[in-house]
Ligand binder design. Sequence first.
Ligand code: ADP
Length: 700
Amino acid sequence: MLRGSPERELAAWWEAEAVAATKAQAAKEQVRVDPGAAGEPERKAGEEQPKEPAPAPPCAAEEGDARFPPRPPPTLPVSLAKPEPVSGLCPHGKSRIKGRSCKRSSGQPDEYCSLRPVTVDSSKARTSLDALKISIRQLKWKEFPFGRRLPCDIYWHGVSFHDNDIFSGQVNKFPGMTEMVRKITLSRAVRIMQNLFPEEYNFYPRSWILPDEFQLFVAQVRMVKDGDPSWKPTFIVKPDSGCQGDGIYLIKDPSDIRLSGTLQSRPAVVQEYICKPLLIDKLKFDIRLYVLLKSLEPLEIYIAKDGLSRFCTEPYQEPSPKNLHHIFMHLTNYSLNIHSGNFIHSDSTSTGSKRTFSSILYRLSSKGVDIKKVWSDIISLVIKTVIALTPELKVFYQSDIPAGRPGPTCFQILGFDILLMKNLKPILLEVNANPSMRIEHEQELSPGVFENVPSLVDEEVKVAVIRDTLRLMDPLKKKRESQSQLLGKSLASKENPPHSDLASASQGNANPDAHLPSICLKQVFPKYAKQFNYLRLVDRMANLFIRFLGIKGTMKLGPTGFRTFIRNCKLSSSSLSMAAADILYIDITRRWNSMTVDQRDSGMCLQAFVEAFFYLAQRKFKMLPLHEQVASLIDLCEYHLSLLDEKRLVCGRSGTSSASRLQPSGTPQEAAPPAPPAEGRPQPCTDGAHKVSHSRHTVS
Ligand code: ADP
């Protein structure tokens, strides 16, 4: 349940927005398909010819890449390859006004001429290229399919932040996101939150990291079984680097884990298997929802009103030793099920093996399910998951784009895979940093002849997500709006006839989106910040961590940085000497470095810092529950650091004024540059600031 505000509040908003869309969508679908079909079994399984399963390719970083190797960018129709003149703009990107030149000498204010389309570099878009092209065309923006010598406003990368070297504009990937959503990293990040807020984070199945936690896994399962002999669990083993169901298998007992050699070289997550999923037409399905992380600081999250539902192709049965290996029954991956003879390519958005999520919701609501509650639980799951991911993302961000250096700003579309349990509780399966944005699928036209054909369901959902992400990120929106206001004012003052071309150009610019549907992405954060901000403790810890990192570009805290943290936050005392703090640093850092693969820097990673922080909090505030201990310690640290900052500010000011007092009269102050603080020279502020000012880990 959401704190402070009933879930209904969330639901009320969603009802007005998404649910209305759901109904409209489903009504539309009903007209398209057989009206009697709703609630009835879908087309019978087995209608299609079985296909030869393709050999499993290695997993590509971009979802959907593996089965469909990236194609060269489609040859552009001439009209697209040439810079498309944007309506209302001259070929130079300036206002096209009938009978008037777009030159300055036209006598029109300069603002008319400075309107230009947003530029998008799509040269690295890979499999999202087709959907991106459609989006850019709909927005009447300008695409650079082969890159551009001059900077673009937006760079669209298919895989990662590092696809291209960019120093300005906006890019659709955050540094570190791919690493953050890997199965092990995600499980670790969520586990920290589960330790702090077990109730709030019970939407993620209990997970263990292999091989490190194999013994723990065995011991915990044995303990629960001893306490409850009727417990007959199933577990799912997922390789860390896997995707599209690759290498996943189910087990009934820890001893079934395939330890044979591969585990050391291929770490994995083993997770409680959700045995009672919600079924539709007797089939298990999951939901792919698109989430836009618009900004990290301040945190801004949007959720797409519609997503996709991917269906299994064999009727579901609860796991038993007999059916554990039936992948078409237990795994909902499209990339697997497409190879089942029962896979049904959708000819509408509400039938077949891949459907819109709104069509599922409509069906559920017609059976009396409270879909507002379902949505609000999903929104809550998404916000909480992003809150678990942001602390480490911030560490990556400051490392790749250090403050004060030129760099692009980032946004990212994430694919959330969610399973609904029979009782309608949403469960997070995983987060994809590169959700597939393909809008076509492979179809066997005649035996052995395959062709990529457009997929209605994919196109409907994915084009809207990309297009509306671009609309939200539009860097010229504000400019355009203010220009159109100026234009409006200028027109009024010049007493132009109200229906002149100029006036209509102004109107067009005022609302260039008039021809587009309403935005499919809805803001959920900061909109619901009040309900969720109390969860952002690790985020505040990450801010402390980053403050003491010191060297630009590093992601790990050195021993001096940790000491400075202890000293500046006044955490050492008679019960915690600086020597004890050093030992704490060494112990925790060594353990984490032996577990993590990332050996880029030596030192303490954020998660090790969090562990040390928990330890310190537990020592200092013994009687409180963990999250209160941690919150109290964060408050204390922030308090001491703010005092320190204030003191420095005062010192800085008084330093300046005393320096100016020392200037001989009549000498301009700037003529004598202030002397740099000499090593060992006593500073007027004796709070330790002068000591750290020469350290590698300067507190900035
Ligand atoms: P991948 O990245 O390989 O797709 P997922 O974590 O998404 O890995 O798992 C693949 C599929 O396995 C999911 O789409 C879902 O159908 C099923 N699955 C994964 N985890 C669980 C779970 N804990 N309980 C039930 N089914 C699961």
